[in-house]
Design a protein around this ligand. Structure first.
Ligand code: SAM
Length: 270
Protein backbone atom coordinates (compact mmCIF):
# COMPACT_ATOMS: atom_id res chain seq x y z
CA UNK A 1 0.00 0.00 0.00
CA UNK A 2 1.48 3.39 -0.88
CA UNK A 3 2.04 6.01 1.82
CA UNK A 4 -1.02 8.16 0.97
CA UNK A 5 -3.37 5.20 0.98
CA UNK A 6 -1.88 4.03 4.26
CA UNK A 7 -2.36 7.44 5.88
CA UNK A 8 -5.91 7.71 4.62
CA UNK A 9 -6.69 4.17 5.74
CA UNK A 10 -5.43 4.89 9.25
CA UNK A 11 -7.42 8.12 9.45
CA UNK A 12 -10.63 6.34 8.47
CA UNK A 13 -9.99 3.57 10.96
CA UNK A 14 -9.66 5.97 13.85
CA UNK A 15 -12.15 8.65 12.89
CA UNK A 16 -14.97 6.74 11.35
CA UNK A 17 -17.52 8.78 13.33
CA UNK A 18 -18.51 12.06 11.71
CA UNK A 19 -16.23 14.12 13.97
CA UNK A 20 -13.01 13.86 15.90
CA UNK A 21 -14.80 14.22 19.24
CA UNK A 22 -11.63 15.21 21.10
CA UNK A 23 -11.48 18.46 19.12
CA UNK A 24 -15.19 18.84 18.78
CA UNK A 25 -15.84 21.95 20.89
CA UNK A 26 -13.24 24.09 19.20
CA UNK A 27 -13.89 22.47 15.82
CA UNK A 28 -17.54 23.03 15.38
CA UNK A 29 -19.90 22.84 18.32
CA UNK A 30 -19.54 26.39 19.58
CA UNK A 31 -19.60 27.63 15.97
CA UNK A 32 -22.78 25.64 15.24
CA UNK A 33 -24.46 26.92 18.39
CA UNK A 34 -23.67 30.55 17.73
CA UNK A 35 -23.88 30.53 13.93
CA UNK A 36 -26.83 28.23 13.36
CA UNK A 37 -29.02 27.53 16.37
CA UNK A 38 -28.74 30.88 18.12
CA UNK A 39 -29.32 33.06 15.05
CA UNK A 40 -32.78 31.62 14.44
CA UNK A 41 -33.83 30.20 17.78
CA UNK A 42 -33.49 30.76 21.50
CA UNK A 43 -31.14 28.02 22.71
CA UNK A 44 -31.43 28.75 26.43
CA UNK A 45 -34.75 29.65 28.00
CA UNK A 46 -35.22 31.37 31.32
CA UNK A 47 -37.88 30.30 33.80
CA UNK A 48 -41.26 31.55 32.55
CA UNK A 49 -40.32 31.76 28.85
CA UNK A 50 -41.58 28.22 28.22
CA UNK A 51 -44.88 26.66 29.22
CA UNK A 52 -46.31 23.19 28.61
CA UNK A 53 -49.96 23.35 27.58
CA UNK A 54 -51.57 20.11 28.78
CA UNK A 55 -54.70 20.45 26.66
CA UNK A 56 -52.81 20.57 23.35
CA UNK A 57 -49.74 18.63 24.52
CA UNK A 58 -47.51 21.38 23.12
CA UNK A 59 -44.85 23.69 24.48
CA UNK A 60 -45.47 27.39 24.12
CA UNK A 61 -42.49 29.71 23.89
CA UNK A 62 -42.80 33.41 24.72
CA UNK A 63 -40.96 35.56 22.14
CA UNK A 64 -38.26 33.88 20.05
CA UNK A 65 -39.15 30.31 19.04
CA UNK A 66 -37.11 27.34 20.20
CA UNK A 67 -35.57 24.83 17.79
CA UNK A 68 -38.11 22.22 16.57
CA UNK A 69 -35.96 19.38 17.95
CA UNK A 70 -35.88 20.97 21.38
CA UNK A 71 -39.61 21.63 21.12
CA UNK A 72 -40.16 17.92 20.47
CA UNK A 73 -37.99 16.79 23.39
CA UNK A 74 -39.85 19.09 25.78
CA UNK A 75 -43.23 17.98 24.41
CA UNK A 76 -42.41 14.29 24.85
CA UNK A 77 -41.46 14.95 28.47
CA UNK A 78 -44.59 17.03 29.06
CA UNK A 79 -46.82 14.29 27.69
CA UNK A 80 -45.15 11.29 29.32
CA UNK A 81 -44.37 12.93 32.66
CA UNK A 82 -41.26 10.91 33.62
CA UNK A 83 -39.85 11.42 37.12
CA UNK A 84 -36.28 11.44 35.78
CA UNK A 85 -34.60 12.26 32.48
CA UNK A 86 -31.05 11.65 31.28
CA UNK A 87 -29.48 13.12 28.12
CA UNK A 88 -26.78 11.10 26.38
CA UNK A 89 -24.25 13.32 24.57
CA UNK A 90 -25.54 16.49 26.24
CA UNK A 91 -22.84 18.71 24.70
CA UNK A 92 -23.21 22.29 25.92
CA UNK A 93 -26.16 21.22 28.08
CA UNK A 94 -28.81 23.56 26.65
CA UNK A 95 -31.46 20.88 26.14
CA UNK A 96 -31.20 19.29 29.55
CA UNK A 97 -30.98 22.74 31.19
CA UNK A 98 -34.23 23.72 29.50
CA UNK A 99 -35.82 20.43 30.64
CA UNK A 100 -34.83 21.30 34.23
CA UNK A 101 -36.21 24.82 33.90
CA UNK A 102 -39.54 23.84 32.36
CA UNK A 103 -40.05 20.76 34.57
CA UNK A 104 -38.37 21.55 37.91
CA UNK A 105 -39.93 18.43 39.48
CA UNK A 106 -38.01 16.13 37.09
CA UNK A 107 -34.61 14.80 38.22
CA UNK A 108 -32.20 15.51 35.38
CA UNK A 109 -28.72 14.34 34.44
CA UNK A 110 -26.49 14.46 31.39
CA UNK A 111 -23.49 12.56 30.11
CA UNK A 112 -20.98 13.23 27.36
CA UNK A 113 -17.77 11.58 26.18
CA UNK A 114 -16.05 14.96 25.94
CA UNK A 115 -14.58 16.70 28.98
CA UNK A 116 -14.50 19.95 27.01
CA UNK A 117 -18.19 19.55 26.20
CA UNK A 118 -18.99 19.07 29.87
CA UNK A 119 -16.89 22.12 30.77
CA UNK A 120 -18.86 24.15 28.24
CA UNK A 121 -22.11 22.82 29.74
CA UNK A 122 -21.01 23.80 33.26
CA UNK A 123 -20.01 27.27 32.02
CA UNK A 124 -23.30 27.82 30.22
CA UNK A 125 -25.40 26.26 33.00
CA UNK A 126 -23.79 26.45 36.44
CA UNK A 127 -26.98 24.98 37.91
CA UNK A 128 -26.11 21.66 36.22
CA UNK A 129 -22.89 21.22 38.22
CA UNK A 130 -23.10 17.84 39.98
CA UNK A 131 -25.62 16.51 37.47
CA UNK A 132 -23.23 15.92 34.58
CA UNK A 133 -20.68 13.19 34.05
CA UNK A 134 -18.24 11.65 31.64
CA UNK A 135 -20.02 8.94 29.68
CA UNK A 136 -19.09 7.23 26.47
CA UNK A 137 -22.29 5.51 25.46
CA UNK A 138 -20.32 3.09 23.26
CA UNK A 139 -18.37 1.70 26.27
CA UNK A 140 -19.58 -1.41 28.09
CA UNK A 141 -22.53 -0.49 30.33
CA UNK A 142 -21.58 1.19 33.61
CA UNK A 143 -23.62 0.83 36.80
CA UNK A 144 -22.41 4.31 37.75
CA UNK A 145 -24.44 5.90 34.98
CA UNK A 146 -27.57 7.45 36.46
CA UNK A 147 -30.69 5.47 35.64
CA UNK A 148 -33.69 7.46 34.43
CA UNK A 149 -37.26 6.78 33.37
CA UNK A 150 -36.58 8.54 30.09
CA UNK A 151 -33.20 8.59 28.33
CA UNK A 152 -32.78 10.64 25.17
CA UNK A 153 -30.17 11.70 22.67
CA UNK A 154 -30.26 14.60 20.25
CA UNK A 155 -27.85 14.58 17.30
CA UNK A 156 -25.50 12.00 18.84
CA UNK A 157 -26.10 8.41 17.65
CA UNK A 158 -26.55 9.69 14.09
CA UNK A 159 -22.85 10.66 14.08
CA UNK A 160 -21.56 7.34 15.44
CA UNK A 161 -20.37 5.03 12.67
CA UNK A 162 -17.33 3.23 14.04
CA UNK A 163 -17.61 -0.56 13.81
CA UNK A 164 -20.77 -1.66 15.71
CA UNK A 165 -20.69 1.27 18.16
CA UNK A 166 -24.14 2.58 17.36
CA UNK A 167 -25.64 -0.82 18.23
CA UNK A 168 -23.83 -0.68 21.58
CA UNK A 169 -25.09 2.87 22.13
CA UNK A 170 -28.71 1.88 21.48
CA UNK A 171 -28.45 -1.17 23.71
CA UNK A 172 -26.91 0.92 26.53
CA UNK A 173 -29.54 3.63 26.27
CA UNK A 174 -32.32 1.06 26.62
CA UNK A 175 -30.60 -0.48 29.63
CA UNK A 176 -30.17 2.93 31.27
CA UNK A 177 -33.87 3.76 30.80
CA UNK A 178 -36.59 2.16 32.88
CA UNK A 179 -39.48 3.28 30.64
CA UNK A 180 -38.65 5.27 27.53
CA UNK A 181 -35.86 6.07 25.07
CA UNK A 182 -36.19 9.03 22.73
CA UNK A 183 -34.01 9.25 19.62
CA UNK A 184 -34.05 12.83 18.32
CA UNK A 185 -31.67 12.04 15.51
CA UNK A 186 -31.37 12.29 11.75
CA UNK A 187 -33.21 9.10 10.85
CA UNK A 188 -31.40 8.63 7.56
CA UNK A 189 -28.03 8.20 9.28
CA UNK A 190 -28.89 4.76 10.66
CA UNK A 191 -31.60 2.19 10.07
CA UNK A 192 -32.81 2.87 13.59
CA UNK A 193 -36.00 0.80 13.42
CA UNK A 194 -34.41 -2.23 11.76
CA UNK A 195 -31.33 -2.07 14.01
CA UNK A 196 -33.48 -1.88 17.15
CA UNK A 197 -35.64 -4.78 15.97
CA UNK A 198 -32.48 -6.83 15.38
CA UNK A 199 -31.13 -5.95 18.83
CA UNK A 200 -34.44 -6.85 20.48
CA UNK A 201 -34.98 -10.11 18.60
CA UNK A 202 -31.47 -11.29 19.40
CA UNK A 203 -31.58 -10.55 23.12
CA UNK A 204 -29.38 -7.44 23.14
CA UNK A 205 -31.92 -5.17 24.82
CA UNK A 206 -32.61 -5.20 28.56
CA UNK A 207 -36.36 -4.76 28.12
CA UNK A 208 -38.77 -7.74 27.78
CA UNK A 209 -41.03 -5.76 25.48
CA UNK A 210 -40.28 -3.10 22.90
CA UNK A 211 -42.70 -0.73 21.22
CA UNK A 212 -41.27 1.68 18.66
CA UNK A 213 -43.38 4.73 17.99
CA UNK A 214 -43.10 7.80 15.86
CA UNK A 215 -43.48 11.07 17.73
CA UNK A 216 -44.10 14.29 15.83
CA UNK A 217 -43.34 17.55 17.57
CA UNK A 218 -45.72 20.46 17.05
CA UNK A 219 -43.21 22.45 14.95
CA UNK A 220 -42.13 19.81 12.44
CA UNK A 221 -39.48 17.62 14.09
CA UNK A 222 -39.98 13.88 14.29
CA UNK A 223 -38.36 11.24 16.46
CA UNK A 224 -38.45 7.55 17.34
CA UNK A 225 -39.82 6.94 20.81
CA UNK A 226 -39.18 3.53 22.37
CA UNK A 227 -41.38 2.37 25.17
CA UNK A 228 -41.84 -0.76 27.29
CA UNK A 229 -45.60 -0.39 27.00
CA UNK A 230 -47.72 0.47 23.97
CA UNK A 231 -48.45 4.18 23.68
CA UNK A 232 -51.25 5.89 21.84
CA UNK A 233 -48.92 6.93 19.00
CA UNK A 234 -48.21 5.68 15.46
CA UNK A 235 -46.29 2.39 15.60
CA UNK A 236 -43.12 2.07 13.53
CA UNK A 237 -42.51 -1.24 11.81
CA UNK A 238 -39.91 0.01 9.36
CA UNK A 239 -37.48 2.83 8.67
CA UNK A 240 -39.45 3.74 5.55
CA UNK A 241 -42.29 4.93 7.81
CA UNK A 242 -39.89 7.02 9.86
CA UNK A 243 -38.38 8.58 6.72
CA UNK A 244 -41.67 9.25 4.99
CA UNK A 245 -41.63 12.59 3.14
CA UNK A 246 -37.92 13.27 3.72
CA UNK A 247 -35.61 14.03 0.79
CA UNK A 248 -33.48 10.90 0.56
CA UNK A 249 -29.74 11.30 1.03
CA UNK A 250 -28.38 8.31 -0.86
CA UNK A 251 -24.94 8.73 0.73
CA UNK A 252 -26.42 8.55 4.23
CA UNK A 253 -28.74 5.67 3.40
CA UNK A 254 -25.88 3.68 1.90
CA UNK A 255 -23.72 4.26 4.96
CA UNK A 256 -26.65 3.29 7.21
CA UNK A 257 -26.91 -0.02 5.34
CA UNK A 258 -23.16 -0.58 5.65
CA UNK A 259 -23.35 0.06 9.41
CA UNK A 260 -26.33 -2.31 9.80
CA UNK A 261 -24.56 -5.02 7.84
CA UNK A 262 -21.76 -5.17 10.44
CA UNK A 263 -24.11 -6.68 13.04
CA UNK A 264 -23.45 -10.28 13.96
CA UNK A 265 -26.29 -11.74 15.96
CA UNK A 266 -28.39 -14.87 16.03
CA UNK A 267 -27.44 -17.08 18.98
CA UNK A 268 -30.58 -19.10 19.64
CA UNK A 269 -32.21 -18.94 23.06
CA UNK A 270 -31.39 -22.25 24.84
C1 SAM B 1 -23.74 17.24 17.63
S1 SAM B 1 -23.33 17.28 19.32
C2 SAM B 1 -24.91 17.40 20.07
C3 SAM B 1 -24.84 17.93 21.47
C4 SAM B 1 -26.21 18.14 22.13
N1 SAM B 1 -26.95 16.91 22.21
C5 SAM B 1 -26.99 19.18 21.35
O1 SAM B 1 -27.89 18.82 20.60
O2 SAM B 1 -26.68 20.36 21.48
C6 SAM B 1 -22.86 15.60 19.63
C7 SAM B 1 -22.43 15.36 21.07
O3 SAM B 1 -22.34 13.96 21.28
C8 SAM B 1 -21.19 13.68 22.05
N2 SAM B 1 -20.82 12.30 21.79
C9 SAM B 1 -20.31 11.78 20.65
N3 SAM B 1 -20.09 10.46 20.78
C10 SAM B 1 -20.48 10.15 22.05
C11 SAM B 1 -20.46 8.94 22.80
N4 SAM B 1 -19.99 7.82 22.27
N5 SAM B 1 -20.94 8.96 24.07
C12 SAM B 1 -21.39 10.12 24.61
N6 SAM B 1 -21.39 11.29 23.95
C13 SAM B 1 -20.95 11.30 22.68
C14 SAM B 1 -20.18 14.71 21.56
O4 SAM B 1 -19.12 14.89 22.47
C15 SAM B 1 -21.06 15.93 21.41
O5 SAM B 1 -21.16 16.66 22.60
Amino acid sequence: MNIWRRLFYKKRKFYDDDFDWDNYTSDSYQRRLEGDVETNYRAVSEAGQLRFDKASGTVISEGTPIHPNQQLILEVIGRLGPASVHEVGCGGGDHIANVARLYPQVRVSGGDRGDTQLELARERHPELVGKLGLQDITMPFSHHWPGAELVYSQAVVMHIHTAVSHFVALSNMVRQASKYVLLMENHQCHNFVADLQLLFENGHLAWDTLHIHRFDGSTGARAALLSKTALDLPVLKSDVQLREGLDPSYRRLRRADEDSARAIAGFRRP
